[in-house]
Design a protein around this ligand. Structure first.
Ligand code: MG
Length: 380
């Protein structure tokens, strides 16, 4: 079956690679949405001729509408535009590749409409995993992960009918650019050093998250929701080569791993073709020239963000939304040169200690927790 996609976050790293895969698979595109990149979105719109394009920022959308006048393409803006792109009838598959909490309401909308939601945005599951998964159950939507680790686990679980057979999930973690350093050594690392990831080419926010290991903390929470498993059944192992993308350990001792070259187009393609597999033009992993595979435990003293994420899970309620909001704000400040690298965990911890946690949160409580956490970080 050829899927028609609506792509939110089309100008970012995952979005551009999704279009590359869509072009190769010949998938029709019903909608494209981005934040404010007028030039690139115009170019994408002219190539894929979607019915709808959305720019989150109004002025940018106005400019784009002018440039696309004459083409049968509607231009919308703001959250309303994103929600329309996420729920339009013309698309059966909605790719959520926007970064951060802005993806939450569109994800809920797509899930409520029974779409296949190809989810590259982990923040939504971290903040509101219960709401998203519940909305998907009720809307009979499929949530298919595009995050490489979760795609690996999703693939390893194909054919597993009984969740009780799963002993635990192993999320692999490259360790980032600062593997082996102590907390004290990390005090003065620069923005440029943090943005140099050893194996993956990604956007700035997730690259910094990979350097602090917050990315792996968020991914643990993401995995708990996607595969409905408790924290005790989700483990992290450092695997510097990023060849094994993650593993499932079964109760009989069998470990299934998904391997491949570190290339996001593989999980993207799988999310768009699942349960089938399409041919890929990319060079596959060559086992004979592949480096030795190594494994090590994560260092939670040097990288406190991983521990903070676990702590937020144990607290429950809105704690994960506070963790995520504080982290987004702190990473923004780090990228702007306002705070140091180790201030990221400090400010996240500050927010976790000062924002009040609400239990059984609804969407409004989650958005409020996110807002308060960001305010705390801005004040610190
Ligand atoms: Mg990942």
């Amino acid at each position: 079956m050829k899927r028609t996609i609506s792509l939110l976050g089309s100008t970012g790293s995952i979005g551009r690679q999704t279009l590359e895969v869509a072009r190769q698979l010949g998938l029709p595109v019903a909608a494209l949405a981005a934040k404010n990149s007028v030039d690139l979105l115009e170019q994408q719109a002219r190539e894929f001729l979607p019915e709808l394009v959305v720019l989150y920022e109004m002025d940018a959308a106005m400019e784009l509408a002018q440039r696309l006048s004459g083409l049968p393409i509607r231009v919308a803006y703001g959250m309303e535009g994103l929600l329309e792109a996420a729920s339009m009838d013309e698309a059966d598959t909605v790719v959520i590749a926007v970064v951060g909490m802005v993806g939450l309401r569109p994800t809920l909308a797509a899930a409520g409409k029974g779409k296949r939601v190809a989810l590259a945005n982990k923040e939504t599951l971290v903040c509101a995993g219960d709401l998203v998964m519940e909305r998907a159950r009720r809307g009979r939507a499929e949530i298919v992960p595009m995050d490489s680790e979760h795609s690996a686990i999703f693939q390893c679980l194909q054919g597993c009918k009984d969740k009780d057979e799963v002993k635990r999930l192993w999320l692999t973690c490259s360790g980032g650019p600062f593997f082996g350093k102590t907390f004290a050594q990390l005090e003065h690392v620069t923005r440029e050093e943090a943005l140099r990831h050893p194996n993956w080419t990604m956007g700035a926010k997730i690259t910094v998250d990979s350097a602090t290991l917050m990315n792996k903390g968020l991914e643990v929470i993401e995995a708990m929701h996607l595969f409905s498993l408790p924290l005790e059944q989700v483990s992290v192992v450092i695997h510097r080569q990023s060849i094994i993308h993650s593993l499932v350990e079964f109760r009989d001792g069998a470990l299934l791993a998904q391997m491949g070259a570190p290339d996001m187009r593989m999980p993207i393609r799988y999310a768009l073709t699942y349960p089938g597999r399409a041919p890929s033009p990319e060079k596959p992993l060559d086992l004979l020239s592949c480096p030795s595979l190594t494994f090590a435990p994560p260092d939670t003293e040097a990288f406190p963000c991983l521990g903070l994420a676990m702590e937020a899970v144990r607290t429950g309620g809105t704690a994960c939304a506070i963790l995520n909001g504080a982290n987004e704000a702190a990473v923004e400040r780090f990228l702007a040169g306002e705070i140091g690298f180790n201030d990221i965990p400090r400010q996240v911890e500050g927010a976790l200690n000062s924002v009040e946690v609400k239990w059984n949160p609804d969407l409004a409580d989650i958005l409020e927790a996110d807002r308060e956490a960001r305010c705390v970080v801005k004040r610190l």
